[in-house]
Design a binder for this molecule. Sequence first.
Ligand code: HPA
Ligand code: ZN
Length: 333
Amino acid sequence: MSQLALIKALPKAELHVHIEGTFEPELMFAIAQRNNISIPYKSIEEVKQAYNFHNLQSFLDIYYAGANVLIHEQDFYDLAWAYFEKCAADNVVHTEIFFDPQTHTDRGISFDVVIQGLTRASQDAQQKLGISTHWIMCFLRHLSEDAAFETLEQALPYKDLIIGVGLDSSEMGHPPSKFERVFAKAREEGFLVVAHAGEEGPAAYVWEALDLLHVNRIDHGVRSEEDPQLMQRLIQEKMPLTVCPLSNLKLCVVNDMAEHNIRRLLQQGVHVTVNSDDPAYFGGYMNDNFIAIADALALTSEELKQLSANSFEASFIAKEEKQKWINLIENLV
Ligand code: HPA
Ligand code: ZN
């Protein structure tokens, strides 16, 4: 089987994708129009030209602006449904999706509208496409600890629909320690926990995510390589890193895909996975990410299989379910 055929054939779990980051310009225009909201672009071409980022913040400014057109339950449904269709095309059979409630509640949209629209789409994805989903609610780290506590309170009635909490947005200057108490409360309430760390921020932020937030996974974490002791810790604990290659390239975390460290991390025994992060903004969904690293880093078939097996191993699905997918991957020729 060619590398491309193998990438397509591998079942995959996606563990790091922001639903607001799957908002394709075509859908953004359509929803803006039906909600009578003007957006600062004349055409889809113009939107795409604006997607030229030099760091995380330059992306986040545009990403939050795009989310402004989402108002009704159906808007959130349509957003999520479009992503599930991409999953089906890429053989992503399970996905653990971030959503940013504060991006919406701060604009006066109720938490209920957001979660109802998203989860109605994931129920349909299960029924019609056979794709399973867990939802992870992220706190925006540039906002206050109080605001995060308030968001956690709002989520409690929907506990059955949300498997975990995460931490995203502007990393520099907003270390995990800022949210130690919120995460403690979230864990007490039974949520699993993940956090973005070591994307733009230093290895010290990854240590904080491990020691203060007690995360089940690290999102990104690519800067962990700068600290050999941290590398030892990640390897020993089999701590998953949800790596996002095209995101790292677009946000200038790496200058060239050939310099990406995902293969080195894998070879050293770190539990890395491949993910798309904000695929509508970064130029590709799951398979595009696999293809980009397979080409730039000359990954072997065994490495591609390891990466997809890792995605199930690191997911929040039941043990037997993980084993089923891992067996299927091992039996692919
Ligand atoms: N990092 C931090 N916050 C985010 C990202 C990211 O890659 N994508 C969406 N919000
Ligand atoms: Zn992310």
